[in-house]
Design a protein around this ligand. Sequence first.
Ligand code: MG
Length: 399
Amino acid sequence: MAHPTASTPPSGPRQGVVLLGATGSIGASSLRVIASHGARLALVGIAARTDWRRLSEIAREFSVRNVAIFDSKACAEARRSGAFAGDVRILEGAAGLAELATLPDARTVLVAVVGTAGLEPAMAAIAAGKDLALASKEILVLAGKFVMAAARRHGTRILPVDSEHNAVFQCIEGHPSSGVRRVVLTASGGAFRDWTGEQLRHAMPADALKHPNWSMGPKVTVDSATLANKGLELIEALWLFGLRPDQCTAVIHPQSIVHCLVEFNDGAMLAQLSPSSMTFPIQHALLYPDRVEGVEPPIDFTRLVSLEFRPVDEMRFPMIRLAREAMVAGGAAPAVFNAANEVAVEAFLGGRIPFLAIPAIVGNALARTANFEPSDLGAVLAADSEARRGASADVLSFK
Ligand code: MG
């Protein structure tokens, strides 16, 4: 039997979507979802860091008239190139992304940019009352306190796009939060799931980039290999669902079919299952609360063999322990964890440090920082810069 057929699209105007990070991996999956639900969704704005050539193709294909390019040199090239039609507005920098995020015909702003560049546009979207579909983990890891408070103040909905958080959102919906005992995020275990500690000493970037299940950008693929990604996701879950640190846990699940387990006080667990493709959570977030036919076929139980679960080995993967410590410490510690990790991963990908230097550098950064409770976003960003400086100096000590 085929999966349920698409329901009749709603009459009236299509729902406007702004896609920040249109040229990345989440961007590509989002475009597939938008293209196959053209009667419901209209792409009204797109942004990227530098890749204006790809942006111009997307603008033509989806008739998008508002474009933003974060990098000013790339933006100048794009304006000179003539690659965009005459009626396309080309906005620049963080302010340009923030302006896209408040376009009058946008209902949903999907933030899928790497790093902290998504913070300002996300805050702008919240203040403008847009639905915020959130794929960039950094936003909640750095600024969860401020983002969630602003969303409450403006009555803005935050729809998680990260597969695990989207799964928790689906399982928790309709249940009072007082009934939730804990949330268990699944982790594939990444490229080094079955490597020994000795093998990890010699792990190369090309090894780390071979993810068993998901196709993603290089930063998050390395983060999967260290389990830093799961650590960032635990912190993200804490903010999204208003949990305590001891309620956020992870389990290794090699098949990446079950995306979360939510355990209630009575011991019952609800799980969310779907194939390991981002089109599933993206469609859920963009069309929420409607359930219509997906872009890809669902799980085929005539072919699926087994679902396994194993505990996380914090000895081999110390990044998950460091993330948990940062989550428990709160304050600026998660921002420090994130910043030092970004510097270390970039250095690892560039061949400047060995794989096991990543947790060493992040551990140093956390140990050297006197933690504090940031009073505003500026204080968080200052802690972020300070941690980057310290981690960069640490990187140099490895050669
Ligand atoms: Mg994830």
